[in-house]
Write a protein that binds this ligand. Structure first.
Ligand code: HSE
Length: 427
């Protein structure tokens, strides 16, 4: 295979894995790696110089491909732009940059005749993007739904085994899954970026991340996990990207929120730091992909797979346009959560006094909410926990009901209902 010269930005967890895998593929020659600190102790030393000056890579005409594994939005996006203008192909693991700047970067790449490969940006080692882009090319992609964040799946799995959120997060941090600041993972931003990338590939439009509904896992309690199990569910943080229409919406239905998944559903069995994704195409029906969604070698597997794919095709005429997905230059917006319909789980902590259940029924009835199951647990004279499962409810009706509950006189703590979590409904 022809020799291809690479430059790399970043030598953290993923970059180290890339160096390790590249040692077995000598035709992919890493010429230089840009890092913040050249002196830092690292497990793997690349067989090439390190530099703190990114320009040494961007301005090197011999480097044909820029591998970007430094992450973050700035200054990364400007490095990518400069490299594209120097006609370098890009292999990136950076979902944030793609979600926020994808339309501009892909237009720029088209203008300069280069390709952007980004398998590692979503679902780590699971070859999800190439499956959608090439394997399912004959399909109209209808929806992509799944567990797209390994850190939160690890935390939820630990909570199910009886750990508190705080101790599960601490363990995830000690094992290197979760960052010191876990916001991007636990508050849903990481999944939202991945959904934007999936929408670009599946539907031809990046979806603006700030329009995507994001609800993370911070409010999930061990009690919610245990109650969900009693009712035959497991709580997972799910991301959904669906074409409008399936749920009565116009536009794209793109959202991330905790979800009660039936125990016999394939996504319920995805545990620890794994990802699990359902892809629905109009011809193929539904596929399920499960595998490691994060970590050094799984993510490096996706990066180096892209490099090998790219290297194999580099000398073909019009190679860049063959590999470039058809993505519209204008990003789309996600449909507002008001318009989705799904069943809900509600855990309410109420005063144990006469008439509470009647008042609850009146509030739900007034907002078109039909109850499918209701239980009450508690000690007489003290607070009681009422758990309600509903039939399908419109988001706006549930929000209105919750607002009214918060104003009622029967909650044990004023303004605090307990929790409201959506129940899985196929997109
Ligand atoms: N932080 C991500 C996760 C991996 O835990 O899945 C990178 O996207």
């Amino acid at each position: 295979m022809a020799r291809v010269v690479l430059g790399m930005l970043g030598l953290g967890t993923v970059g180290t894995g890339v160096v390790e895998l590249l040692s077995k593929h000598r035709h992919l020659t890493l010429k230089k790696v840009a890092v913040k600190d050249v002196q830092k102790e690292r497990d793997v030393k690349p067989n090439c110089p390190l530099t703190t000056d990114v320009n040494e890579i961007i301005n090197d005409p011999e480097i044909e491909v820029l591998v970007e594994v430094m992450g973050g939005e700035n200054p990364t996006v400007s490095y990518l732009e400069q490299a594209i203008k120097k006609r370098k192909h890009i292999v990136t693991a950076n979902k944030e940059v793609l979600a926020k700047h994808g339309p501009r970067l892909f237009a720029l790449a088209k203008e300069h005749g280069v390709a952007i490969f980004f398998e590692a940006s979503v679902a780590g080692g699971v070859p999800l993007l190439s499956t959608i882009h090439k394997g399912l090319e004959a399909n109209e992609i209808e929806s992509v739904t799944g567990i797209l964040n390994g850190t939160t799946n690890f935390i939820l799995s630990k909570m199910e085994a009886g750990n508190s959120y705080a101790s599960a997060l601490k363990e995830a941090q000690e094992l290197g899954f979760a960052e010191a600041d876990p916001t991007a993972d636990v508050d849903g931003f990481d999944v939202a970026y991945k959904l934007s990338v999936l929408a670009a590939l599946g539907f031809g439009h990046f979806v603006k991340p700030d329009t995507i509904y994001k609800e993370g896992i911070r409010n999930i309690t061990e009690e919610d996990m245990a109650l969900a199990k009693e009712f035959g569910y497991r709580i997972k943080l799910l991301g959904t990207a669906a074409r409008g229409g399936s749920n009565g919406n116009s536009g794209f239905d793109v959202r991330v929120h905790p979800t009660l998944v039936p125990l016999d559903h394939p996504l319920a069995s995805v545990s620890g730091p794994n990802n699990g994704i359902l892809v629905r195409g109009h011809a193929v029906g539904q596929l399920t992909l499960i595998g490691p969604g994060a970590g050094k070698l799984p993510t490096a597997s996706a990066v180096v797979g892209d490099l090998m794919n790219l290297a194999g095709a580099l000398k073909l005429p019009d190679f860049a346009s063959y590999f470039q997905p058809a993505i519209d230059a204008s990003p789309a917006s996600a449909a507002p959560p008001d318009s989705w319909k799904c069943p809900f789980y509600l855990r309410l902590v109420v005063k144990d006094t006469p008439g509470v259940i009647g008042k609850l029924g009146t509030i739900f009835g007034a907002h078109n909410i039909s109850i499918s199951t209701i239980i009450q647990r508690g000690v007489e004279g003290q607070a009681a926990t009422v758990v309600i499962l509903t039939h399908d409810v419109l988001g706006k009706d549930m929000n209105a009901a919750i607002a009214e509950l918060k104003k009622s006189d029967f909650l044990a703590s004023k303004d605090e209902i307990g929790n409201a979590i959506r129940i899985f409904r196929a997109a």
